[in-house]
Design a binder for this molecule. Structure first.
Ligand code: 8YV
Length: 330
């Protein structure tokens, strides 16, 4: 029987490469070294493959249509699948998998790190010292916002959001949340969180943390009207996806001091970052690294590879996104 082909659009560790090569014909594109492939070259490289181990690139309907009948699985090395047209995958019988769970703790840690960094003016302090400006008694220097006693509003209280809630509570914060579907009352009580409408959450919270997936409903969820609704001493923290925030509206709100600051790990037109943000001292910017601990990145790659291998060799697929494809083919 001829071997199945797999296209690896990622960096992968040597041991994993050896394991994949022992079972499949492997073609690869190292995105760390050579960047993400655009749609056309990606379509060409995916063509003829039964599986794709995917980091970052957008896989649209045209790729699923062009490889219908051959392509069986796209294993995304991320929990968010907004870079994949999952409906088109499903229509063409292609399984999509993601990497939930393994990144919950580090993303929650980073969410808190950004809350602390923007609230306590950490990056400003760092820049101040590096600029050689720390020369005098600092009592009046860099006065900042409180953390304990303040309200943290989480938009998108899933697995990660629940971890952020408990971290925030250990800092003495009150936590409210907004989800389309409210948690059952007993679960919310056990977590110590209270539901708010989006509008009420925005008006109440000193720190607003975005953790919702990017979907057509959450695209530009935070635009000019929502920013205007926020407190003038509030901070917006985005560790979800850039397009959840209308970036130009955010720049305007910061310029007009409608809010006090922002901490962003993700950007609307990533990897482009609106240059106006670079100039703003009250904005903390990180390059989409919320899940980037060594352990977690390797665990994400490993989980994605196990999904791909199981889908191609008939084992239990650990974390399918569109399991209906599996049911259809069984
Ligand atoms: C990834 C992420 O690093 O898992 C996700 O959804 O945002 C990050 O952990 C990123 O999507 C790159 O694939």
């Amino acid at each position: 029987m001829s071997r199945l082909s797999v296209f690896v659009h990622s960096w992968i560790p040597d041991e994993l490469r050896a394991r994949l090569e022992s079972r499949f014909d492997v073609d690869s594109h190292d995105v760390f070294a050579d960047g993400l492939l655009e749609s056309e070259p990606l379509k060409e490289r995916v063509g003829g493959s039964a599986g794709v181990l995917l980091l970052g690139a957008y896989v649209g309907a045209e790729i699923f249509e062009a490889s219908a009948g051959t392509l069986r699985v796209v294993a995304n090395i991320a929990v968010g699948v907004d870079n994949i047209d999952v409906d088109a995958a499903t229509r063409n019988g292609v399984l999509v998998t993601n990497t939930p769970g393994v990144l919950d703790a580090p993303v929650a840690d980073m969410s808190m790190a950004l809350v602390l960094a923007v609230g306590r003016r950490l990056a400003e302090g760092d820049r101040y010292v590096r600029a050689g400006r720390f020369r005098t008694f600092p009592f009046s220097l860099l006065w900042s916002a409180d953390i304990g006693g303040e309200t943290l509003g989480i938009i998108g209280l899933g697995r990660i959001g629940k971890r952020v809630a408990s971290r925030a509570q250990s800092f003495g914060m009150k936590v409210c949340y907004h989800n389309r579907n409210r948690l059952p009352d007993d679960e919310a009580a056990a977590l110590g969180v209270e539901w708010r409408s989006l509008s009420d959450l925005l008006a109440e919270a000193r720190y607003v943390v975005l953790l919702c997936p990017l979907t057509p409903e959450t695209h530009h969820l935070i635009g000019a009207p929502e920013l205007a609704r926020m407190r003038s001493d509030a901070f917006l923290i985005n560790v979800a996806r850039g397009p959840v925030v209308h970036e130009q509206a955010l720049v305007e709100a910061l310029r007009k001091e409608e809010i006090a600051g922002a901490a962003l790990d993700v950007y609307e037109f990533e990897p482009k970052v609106e240059p106006a943000l670079w100039e703003m001292n009250n904005v903390v910017l990180t390059p989409h690294i919320a899940s980037a601990t060594r352990t977690t990145r390797l665990a994400m790659i490993d989980l994605a590879a196990r999904n791909l291998e199981a889908a191609l060799t008939g084992g239990d697929v650990p974390t399918p996104v569109n399991p209906e494809v599996l049911r259809r083919s069984s």
